[in-house]
Design a protein around this ligand. Structure first.
Ligand SMILES: [Zn+2]
Ligand SMILES: [Zn+2]
Ligand SMILES: [Zn+2]
Length: 162
């Protein structure tokens, strides 16, 4: 997992990332007894196209280019909702876009390092962070429900280029 995470910033065989992600998604869906229909799978692959969050309109545009797949917006939104529900993708609120989850099947909300220049987004282990959020909230008798963390900054590549 660590190797995979650092590789995001390097040139790598991204087809393998997509392939591995689809394999994991198949497993998750099989375990949960839900169906990864061809459209859901295609939307999932497109979300995984880069290590950058992708917006719903970009997905629609990509799908429109593909023959025989004139997916209407509601269909695509439903597919995205399905993928979110199954924990296969995350929604990056600050960008209003979606990114593939690197640890699907584990119940988590995710912590993301988002490069504001190239938009490369890395999902990192959020256990420690969430624990401190819960502790801090507890001090104020607050019950946290949603705690996605989106950190913006510069990735190594963009920092080197600057
Ligand atoms: Zn990759
Ligand atoms: Zn995740
Ligand atoms: Zn960057």
């Amino acid at each position: 997992m660590v190797d995979e995470a650092t590789a995001v910033y390097e040139l790598h065989d991204h087809k393998r990332c997509i392939h591995d992600a689809v394999t994991r998604a198949d497993e998750v869906c099989r375990d949960k007894n839900v169906r990864l229909t061809p459209l859901r799978r295609r939307v999932f692959e497109l979300v995984w196209q880069h290590h950058r969050p992708v917006g719903a309109y970009d997905l629609l545009a990509e799908l429109a280019k593909e023959e025989g797949r004139n997916a209407a917006p509601p269909t695509v939104y439903r597919a995205l909702d399905f993928l979110l529900e199954q924990g296969l993708i995350h929604r990056i609120n600050s960008l209003n876009a979606y990114i593939g989850c690197t640890a699907p099947g584990c119940n988590h909300q995710g912590c993301f390092l988002i490069c504001h220049r190239c938009k490369t987004t890395l999902e990192v282990d959020s256990d420690l962070l969430l624990k401190s959020i819960r502790t801090e909230a507890g001090l104020h008798d607050f019950l946290p429900q949603q705690a996605m963390v989106e950190v913006t900054g510069l990735c190594p590549n963009c920092r080197d280029a600057a």
